[in-house]
Design a protein around this ligand. Structure first.
Ligand SMILES: *Cc1c(COP(=O)(O)O)cnc(C)c1O
Length: 223
């Protein structure tokens, strides 16, 4: 069951602040996606390649598909023809592969780098040092990497009730996002996305400066 009232409230609240709402539709049927589409939602997020590739052709072509999960290099080719934004790039190797597949499809693919902010081993991502190192490699090989565009950072906070901890994790992500946009991407207005916040913690993420939230269960019900 889709919570259309929640969607309306969220959409109104977020659009006032210029925050993009990505509706995370993983495991949910095409009919649920269409229900939100018909209300005006265009940004949808998925995190399984197989599932996304099955759903995409069944749905309107003006949907912006966000790939928000951990992406394996050998699967990039399946989503490269249509994906709008890849949120969780966590290695230079993956960046090179996305560029290669984007070139094959004659397009430029927008990506975010995933930063590890959670106090959990299980969440993927890079720390500040590793991101700076990746950006150094990128800078050195920029000419060969014309088919990708790094548009910002993404992160997931620890799954905890401790709001102080969530605040500090999102603060760290947003702070580093500002640093990178003032240094490596100075005067590059496309570097503008700080993707943080899910159903349980998006209010905190918004307070800490999120520009894009990824929300599933409060819109589509529990998975
Ligand atoms: C599933 C998922 C979300 C949405 O989670 P909800 O708690 O359902 O809002 C957000 N981001 C990522 C990376 C996800 O995998």
């Amino acid at each position: 069951m889709v919570n259309t009232d929640t969607w309306e409230t969220l959409q109104e609240e977020l659009s006032k602040k210029n925050i993009t709402l990505v509706a995370v539709s993983k495991t949910k049927p095409v009919s649920d996606i269409l229900e939100l589409y018909n209300l005006g939602q265009r940004e949808f997020g998925e995190n399984y390649v197989q599932e996304l590739v099955e759903k995409q052709p069944q749905l309107p072509s003006d949907i912006h598909w966000h790939y928000i999960g951990h992406l394996q290099g050998n699967k990039v080719k399946y989503i490269a023809p249509f994906v709008h934004l890849i949120h969780a790039v966590d290695s230079f190797k993956l960046l090179v592969e996305i560029n290669k597949q984007a070139l094959k499809n004659n397009r430029i693919i927008d990506v975010l780098l995933q930063m590890h902010i959670a106090n959990e081993e299980t969440k993927f991502g890079l720390d500040e040092k590793e991101i700076i190192q990746l950006l150094d490699y990128y800078e050195a090989q920029k000419e060969a990497l014309k088919n990708i565009r790094i548009c910002g950072l993404m992160g997931m906070a620890t799954n905890t009730e401790n709001e102080t901890q969530i605040h500090s994790e999102y603060f760290r992500l947003h702070n580093f996002f500002k640093f990178v946009s003032d240094t490596s991407f100075f005067n590059k207005p496309f570097f503008s996305i700080c993707s943080m916040g899910m159903s349980a913690d998006y209010k905190i993420a918004v307070e800490e400066g999120s520009s894009m939230v990824r929300i599933g269960s409060i819109l589509f019900g529990n998975r």
